[in-house]
Design a protein around this ligand. Structure first.
Ligand code: NDP
Ligand code: MG
Length: 390
């Protein structure tokens, strides 16, 4: 039986690479659902090629065009945000790949879990915002969550076969991004174009900015807490500019296991799709001759304040990671729109964390309200700063 896959965000970096993995393994996987937000051209192309049962375009403006383009194909076409929330529950889906960006992934992921669908989780923001609720739902509905994020896939791979062996700590590796080693003076002048040039990974715009600001690593710390049931003090971040060691687990006897390989997201995607069996692949192999040195250094949390803010949010718990995420989504968008500078991003996030309503034990509805409140609060701060700039 082929595994029937729904890809939420099929036109993005993770979505397209998931389709590459599926195309290379047609005897194992088939595409059941594809969704996109705006990129109608690519969605049509993917639908024609993979012939899913259903496609969804979130931005309803494009619905008529999509419907018309697929009128001769046996494919159901839906539009709007609610459509994604419904199609993830279809009986014919075995696994949902959550490759949408940001908070938009939260409700579809909750619905998919409630319908008993296993999840290949790329959309880390869902775990950042509501990890506790996602875990509870997964437990209740007997759903497995397979990490796609390369660091978490690495930890997951290191844990296979360790059964109840206690983890002492984990080291999440970070490339350090394009601004590794930069002084505050240098960071004050970096541009959007500089931030969008990641040294090792080719990803969507939002996560590329998060990687440059180290917020991505902060999110991954929170994601790791929920995926692996760790305390904040058991999670460490180490900068490894070559991105070959994808992360490390240290067990209670002091032994450390690492997972390594060239940086290629297709590997963790394929592992998540077909766990526990490893499929053959033609991905480029690592050569020690190309990497005479693998280096490791401490992250600079003074200059890259976001990482410290993420640890703070994690330690405070409650809805603080949700506040962190919503503030970050607003400032990243403002930075991409040239409204604020690189260093103003952590500044505004920190202020928001101080101002937004803190809830110690939030329910799903509280997260939804909190996300709304923070977006308004942060947008107002961005507006004020932008005014001062003029
Ligand atoms: P991209 O920006 O490349 O793709 C995002 C996808 O989601 C696109 O298909 C986009 O559609 C769709 N989308 C965007 N906004 C919405 C919305 N509001 N509602 C519905 N769909 C939406 O992102 P990435 O693939 O880089 O990242 C996806 C997720 O995976 C993120 O959470 C990221 O943190 C995580 N991740 C990514 C990695 C990577 O290597 N790229 C590595 C590890 C994790 P459209 O194209 O139409 O705009
Ligand atoms: Mg990662």
């Amino acid at each position: 039986m082929r595994k029937r896959i729904a890809i939420l965000g099929s036109t993005g970096s993770i979505g397209t690479q998931t389709l590459e993995v599926i195309a290379q393994n047609p005897e194992h996987f088939e595409v059941e659902v594809l969704t996109a937000n705006n990129n109608i051209g690519l969605l049509i192309e993917q639908a024609k090629l993979f012939q899913p049962n259903v496609v969804v375009i979130t931005n309803s403006c494009h619905y008529d065009q999509l419907k018309d383009a697929l009128k001769d194909d046996p494919i159901k076409v839906y539009g709007g945000r609610e459509a994604i929330q419904q199609v993830v529950q279809m009986d014919t889906i075995d696994l949902v790949v959550t490759a949408m960006v940001g908070y938009s992934g939260l409700i579809p992921t909750c619905n998919a879990i409630k319908a008993g669908k296993h999840i290949a989780l790329a959309n880390k923001e869902t775990m950042v915002v509501a990890g506790e609720i996602i875990n509870q739902l997964a437990l209740e509905h007997k759903v497995n969550i397979y990490p796609v994020d390369s660091e978490h896939s690495a930890i997951f791979q290191c844990l296979v076969g360790e059964f109840n062996n206690e983890v002492e700590k984990i080291y999440l590796t970070a490339s350090g991004g394009p601004f590794r080693g930069f002084s505050m003076e240098q960071l004050a002048n970096v541009t959007k174009a500089d931030a969008l040039k990641h040294p090792n990974w080719d990803m969507g715009a939002k996560i590329t900015i998060d990687s440059a600001s180290l917020m991505n690593k902060g999110f991954e710390v929170i994601e790791a807490k929920w995926l692996f049931g760790l305390k904040p003090e058991q999670i460490d971040v180490i900068v490894h500019p070559q991105s070959i060691v994808h992360s490390i687990v240290q067990f209670r006897d002091g032994s450390m296991k690492a997972q390594m390989g060239l940086p290629d997201m297709k590997l963790p995607i394929q592992y998540a799709l077909n766990f526990p069996e490893r499929l053959p692949s033609s991905f480029k192999r690592f050569s020690f001759l190309d990497y005479p040195k693998l280096t490791f250094e401490q992250p600079n949390t003074k200059n890259f304040r976001n990482l410290a803010l993420a640890f703070e949010a994690l330690n405070q718990g409650g809805n603080m990671p949700c506040i962190l995420n919503a503030a970050n989504e607003v400032v990243v968008q403002a930075f991409l729109n040239d409204k604020i500078s690189f260093l103003q991003m952590p500044e505004i996030i920190e202020q928001t964390m101080g101002k937004a309503t803190y809830i110690k034990k939030p329910a799903l509805e509280d997260y939804i309200q909190s996300d709304k409140e923070v977006r308004i609060l942060t947008a107002a701060m961005v507006k004020n700063l932008a005014k001062q700039k003029i």
